[in-house]
Design a binder for this molecule. Structure first.
Ligand SMILES: [Fe+2]
Ligand SMILES: [Fe+2]
Length: 201
């Protein structure tokens, strides 16, 4: 067995993330190209650029550890990217595909959030402050991307279900009614006239 110490495990986790990031860099241009919503396109493009910076941070981490970054394939990210390809094959371009792309993108981000959470915790536990700092920056970017995608999904989902019209407000309850006193027992000469709804808008 190649993994014996916490340090071995740490490096193995980092290699997995490195592979995941490289795959994300290949996948994100496809997502950006396939998105119809300009907001979504931009979110994917922005994160593509961010991801390139994240790989540079990992390069720094491997340098500090004096380890090689290669040697592992992240099978989980491979699967997530494959699911994205399936969506692209099965759904024509438009708001429903956008909703599917957000679903795929968020799965990728959640995977990364889990992975970076693990290595940040390990780095902190091992007293590797500089590494912990670098990985924390990436973790925050992944979380922000996830939130951004949630935000974009609000308009995308409305379009996907065909509900992008403004709802009209009900105008009930503003008629001016005059409260009639209950008719007196002695035959009142005045007939109880119904209030005329003259004040209606
Ligand atoms: Fe990433
Ligand atoms: Fe990411």
């Amino acid at each position: 067995m190649a993994i014996k110490t916490a340090q071995d495990f740490f490096v193995d986790e980092l290699k997995d993330i490195y592979s995941a990031e490289k795959q994300a860099i290949r996948a994100y241009p496809k997502l950006a190209k396939s998105a119809s919503s300009p907001q979504l396109k931009e979110a994917f493009q922005t994160h593509l650029e961010e991801t390139k910076g994240q790989v540079e941070r990992l390069d720094q981490v491997f340098e500090i550890l004096e380890k090689r970054s290669s040697g592992k394939t992240c099978e989980a990210m491979k699967g997530l990217v494959e699911e994205t390809s399936e969506a692209l094959e099965e759904i024509e371009k438009g708001p429903i595909l956008d909703a599917a792309l957000i679903a795929c993108g968020q799965r990728m981000e959640h995977y990364e959030i889990a992975a970076y959470g693990t290595v940040v915790a390990l780095a902190t536990a091992m007293g590797q402050e500089e590494i912990s700092q670098l990985l924390s920056q990436t973790l925050e970017e992944e979380k922000a991307t996830d939130q951004k995608l949630t935000q974009v999904s609000e308009s995308v989902n409305k379009e996907a279900i065909g509900d992008d019209e403004e709802e009209e407000e009900d105008e009930e309850g503003d008629e001016e009614e005059e409260d009639e006193a209950p008719p007196a027992k002695s035959a009142s000469k005045k007939s109880a006239s119904k209030s005329a709804g003259k004040g209606k808008k």
